[in-house]
Structures are given as C-alpha cells and as structure tokens.
Design a protein around this ligand. Structure first.
Ligand SMILES: [Zn+2]
Length: 438
C-alpha cells in the first residue's frame, strides 16, 4: 500500500461542500480522505501550502480530430495539452472521419487514449449514423464501446422526429444527449454574428435566432420525452432565458458555456483575424452579460472549452474560407479565473463545480470529486502565479487561439491521475523541496 499526502493546501471539493485548508490523503490509486486525523506514514508528502487543491478538472466538449484530421490534433497531443492544463478527464466529440458511430470506433478512441497514457478519455457516440441526421446510430453498441453520451456534435439533428427518437432511446440507456443548437438553414452562409458589426464589415451574419429556435425546439422535445438534454455552447441572451424558464418548469436540461462567449464580442472581427471566427459566433456585449448571468445564477452549470484545433495553414485563409473554431483547453482555467473569479461573478468553489463535478454528473462518470474511494484525480493550482499565454508553447498541435499574449493569473502546478503524478510544472518548488521521499 502506498499512502501519499498533499499537505496544507486549500482543498475545494464542491461535491462534498468542502472548502478548507487541510491535507488530502491518497491511498494507491484512490482518494482516502480529507483531514488531519488520518493515520499511517505517508510514502511522500507534497507541500501544497498556498495552493488550491481540487478534483481533476473535466472538459466535456473537446474535438481531438483523430481519426481523420491528425494534422490538426491527435489524441496524444490533445490529451497532453489537457493534462498540463489541469484536466484529467475529457469527453471527446464524435465528429471525426469516420464518425464515432459504432462500438469499434468508440473502442478505437479509448484504446488510443490508453496508449497516450495522459488522462481519462470518454468518447461521445454519434446520435445518428455518420452524423447525417437520417437514422439513429447503434447506440447500444456505442455504449458497449465506452460511449458516455450521444451527440451529432456540430451538425445538429434537423429532423425533430429523429431527435425525439434519439432522446427516447438515450433515456432508456440512461444517458444524456448533447445538442449544439443551430438551425443550419439560417446560418449556411454566415461568417460572424449578425448585428451592427457584420453590417459595417459587409459580412454575412449568423443570427441569434438560429440558435434560439433550436434551443426552444430541443427544450420542447426534452419536456415531452423527459430525456436528459444538455445544451452546448450557449452564446446568446435568448437561449439563456429559454433554458432558465425550462429549468423553472423542471425540464431535465443542463447547459454549457465556452470561455470565448463570456469574454469576447463580435467587435473583435474588425481585425479580420480568423482566430476570432467560431461557431456559434462571438456575439454582442449584451449576450456576453447574459451568459455571465446564466453562469452566476446556475442556469449554466457547465463550462467546457469546445477545443477545436485547426492547423495554421487552414486558419491563414481569408476569413470567409477559414474554418470555424478556437482551441481552448490550454487557456480555459486561467481565463475563467481572470474573467469569472477575479471580477466576483463566481467563487472558487462555484468555478470548480462547473469545471469538474457538474460535467461529470451530466456524463454520469465517476470523476470530478474528492470523495473517499474515488479515483485519485487531483489538480493543484497556484492561484497567484502570473504568466503570459504563448501559443508557441502549447502542447496542442494547433495554434488557433485568440488569447495569445494575454496576461493571466493562476497556473497548474501539479496533476495526479489515478494517484500517479502525471505532471509537475517545471520549476515548481514541489519538484525539489516538497516531494520528500521517505
Ligand atoms: Zn464543438
């Protein structure tokens, strides 16, 4: 038996309403408990004084591009990027080539993740075959292959009858359906948010109605079927309000926001920099405020990155030709600290709940918590270290971030996955002084 102790940090575990200074004990691969009363001689002590100790973070909306688009990202590079950014579990979207729509394709994802050996990876299965929206995928087989939820990813199911049956079948399997709401007919030519800036720049717009109409449809279907619906990437005021109303009526819906939608507005597109081109697009100041309000009052319970890597040569195309997407996993935690915790929108426990416990709950996975007996996935954060985001140092294969050069505060110092030290930030004091091997 190996006993380890992470000593003297501020331990935050929203799953048990813990926010206290103390010791976190780990026995072999599992959490043994929080507190000073544990007995036994620890094999090693990690000095976490001044640090924040949280459950390993969970990002439930990630595109890793393998198989099919390995020039943009691979499971190896994407999971390495996640690990060093404090994320110990990822749910990966099925929009690969081919799509993750069979048991064997889901098994391929978990096998590749195991080979990489960085973090836990949970595949999301496609809701329909080939993500074509015509015929339900082999959902039972996907479940056998390790899928933890179902989604057609960034090609939302247009046919309401197919969506209804998908929701009903997912309910029978006790899994959530993740929907990235968009009426494609309304967005087909669009490049950016439809509004004053798109008019001024003469760019085809993507109206907020395209998102909101689909949100409302999906909410009706969730209410009707009683299915567990999770709405991804909410970007506008109307969507947040619809979800808030539905939750008040006990519709079993959860919602998610991505950092760029509560930090940036469409005015950034004046630079014609394609790193600001994302779908759903950056919206207005008013929408940004609405997303933050949704995060504050709990309407939006999950923060995810929508990590969407694209090779530089693709993003260097003209704005109308460049693909939609931002890589987000390596900037997510510091940006949330800067834009949600520092201004007082969320407390640290509220942030960690949205980055760990809540996504794990939506997916029904055994993570995002420091409860006794659970896998010892732990992230240690130095809340005070100031640093500058440098895309050239990313572990991801791609560089398409609009946050290059931003100064942030708060950095991951150390990460454990199933009790094993998987990452220690070079230069962090624990590497010399506090990893006291006994
Ligand atoms: Zn996405």
């Amino acid at each position: 038996m190996t006993l380890r102790c992470i000593r003297g940090g501020r331990i935050i575990d929203p799953s048990q309403s813990i926010d206290q200074e103390g010791d976190l004990w780990i026995e072999d691969q599992r959490i043994r408990g929080v507190g000073n009363k544990q007995t036994g001689q620890p094999y090693d002590v990690i000095d976490a004084r001044g640090m924040i100790v949280v459950p390993g973070l969970v990002d439930m909306h990630v595109h890793l591009c393998e198989p099919g688009d390995e020039n943009n990202e691979t499971i190896e590079t994407g999971t390495k990027a996640a690990l060093e950014s404090g994320f110990t579990s990822l749910a990966v979207m099925p929009d690969t080539e081919p799509a993750i729509d069979t048991q064997s394709s889901a098994e391929f994802i978990t096998a590749q993740a195991k080979r990489a050996g960085h973090v836990n990876v949970f595949p999301i299965g496609a809701l329909t075959k080939g993500r074509k929206g015509e015929e339900l995928a082999e959902m039972g087989g996907l479940l056998e292959g390790g899928a933890v939820a179902f989604s057609d990813s960034d090609r939302p199911v247009a046919n309401a009858e197919i969506m209804r049956r998908g929701l009903e079948y997912a309910t029978m399997l006790n899994k959530a359906v993740l929907s990235r709401p968009e009426v494609e007919e309304l967005t087909r030519r669009g490049i950016m948010n439809e509004g004053n800036t798109s008019v001024a720049l003469g760019m085809p717009g993507i109206p907020t109605a395209a998102e909101q109409i689909q949100v409302d449809r999906d909410l009706h279907l969730a209410k009707w079927t009683g299915a567990k619906l999770h709405l991804q990437s909410l970007s506008c005021e109307g969507s947040v309000e619809s979800v808030r109303r539905a939750q008040a009526e006990q519709v079993p819906v959860t919602a998610e926001a991505n950092p760029h939608h509560f930090i940036l507005t469409d005015v950034e597109l004046r630079s014609f920099d394609s790193n600001f081109k994302v779908n759903p697009p950056l919206r207005s100041e008013r929408d940004v405020r609405a997303v933050i309000r949704g995060l504050k009052d709990g309407t939006i319970s999950v923060i995810a990155s929508d990590h969407s890597p694209f090779a530089t040569e693709l993003k260097l195309r003209e704005l109308d030709e460049a693909p939609f997407g931002i890589i987000g996993i390596e900037t997510m935690l510091p940006l949330c600290i800067k834009h949600l915790v520092h201004p007082g929108h969320l407390t640290w426990p509220q942030l960690i709940e949205k980055l760990a416990f809540n996504p794990a709950r939506v997916l029904g996975i055994n993570r995002g918590t420091l409860r006794e007996g659970r896998p010892a996935d732990v992230t240690i954060i130095d809340p005070n270290e100031e640093w500058t985001i440098d895309c050239q140092r990313f572990r991801s294969r791609s560089r398409n971030s609009p946050f290059h050069g931003w100064t942030v505060r708060g950095r991951v110092a150390m990460v454990l996955v199933a009790g094993h030290t998987k990452y220690v930030r070079p230069g962090w004091r624990a590497t010399e002084a506090s990893l006291e091997r006994r």
